[in-house]
Ligand binder design. Structure first.
Ligand SMILES: Nc1ncnc2c1ncn2[C@@H]1O[C@H](COP(=O)(O)OP(=O)(O)OP(=O)(O)O)[C@@H](O)[C@H]1O
Ligand SMILES: Nc1nc2c(ncn2[C@@H]2O[C@H](COP(=O)(O)O)[C@@H](O)[C@H]2O)c(=O)[nH]1
Length: 196
């Protein structure tokens, strides 16, 4: 279990995707109430649901963790993680610091890594360069960035994603070292039921 968190635009999704070039790794597909961006596919990038459906899943205890981020709700279902574990894959969670804190409480063995941008200017340039969010969304995410970065110290490791290939190499090294210390194999039965 590898948790990747970062302020929006720092590059965690790009790093997570690059890791999945190794078929042993897979990114858990979260549920969200956010609208799909152009090119995003339901069931691939997220399970896109309306607020009522999300609330039903909360009530059913379907989520290992869920949080409100940038005015939308996001959550990791037990089913999403279990299906990957059953396939024998190493699970990557691309989640915010609130979710990371919850998953670490459930699985202290999970490797939690915080991705930092080289600067706030670079972060803003990346959000704009991605070309998928309007000005209001970019302003909201930049306004939250420093508050999110304040949680970086809660993570096992911090990687600065300046040169992408270097950051990816650092990430692979940390995962390999983590695996030597603690194999990334978990019994799905260990997943504790939780509604929060
Ligand atoms: N090292 C890098 N140098 C320059 N651009 C980068 C680097 N890493 C990622 N990017 C670019 O920055 C943009 C944001 O990356 P990405 O979508 O992976 O961020 P994110 O942290 O997952 O954001 P979000 O939390 O909003 O999903 C993308 O256009 C990506 O191609
Ligand atoms: N706590 C959780 N946070 C999640 C989950 N899925 C994504 N996220 C985080 O939300 C923000 C915004 O994502 P975006 O796709 O709208 O840019 C980002 O920090 C993600 O890591 C989740 O299941 N739980």
């Amino acid at each position: 279990m590898v948790i990747l968190s970062a302020p929006s635009g720092a590059g965690k999704s790009s790093l997570a995707k690059a890791l999945t070039a190794d078929a042993r790794f897979a990114v858990s597909v979260s549920h969200t109430t956010r609208a799909a961006r152009p090119g995003e596919q339901d069931g691939v990038h997220y399970h896109f649901v309306d607020p009522a459906a999300f609330e039903r899943l909360v009530a059913e205890g379907a989520f290992l963790e869920h949080a409100q981020v940038f005015g939308n709700r996001y959550g990791t279902t037990r089913a999403a993680v279990e299906s990957l574990l059953r396939e024998g894959r190493h699970v990557i969670l691309d989640i915010d610091w609130q979710g990371a804190r919850r998953i670490k409480a459930l699985w202290p063995e999970a490797l939690a890594i915080f991705i930092l941008p080289p600067s706030l200017q670079a972060l803003e340039a990346r959000l704009r360069g991605r070309g998928q969010d309007d000005e209001a969304v970019i302003a909201q995410r930049m306004a939250q960035a420093q508050a999110e970065i304040a949680h970086a110290g809660e993570f096992d490791h911090i990687i600065v994603n300046d040169e992408f290939e270097e950051a990816l190499a650092d990430l692979k090294t940390l995962i390999a070292e983590g695996r030597r210390r603690r194999p990334l194999h978990y019994d799905p039965g260990l997943i504790a039921p939780t509604g929060a």
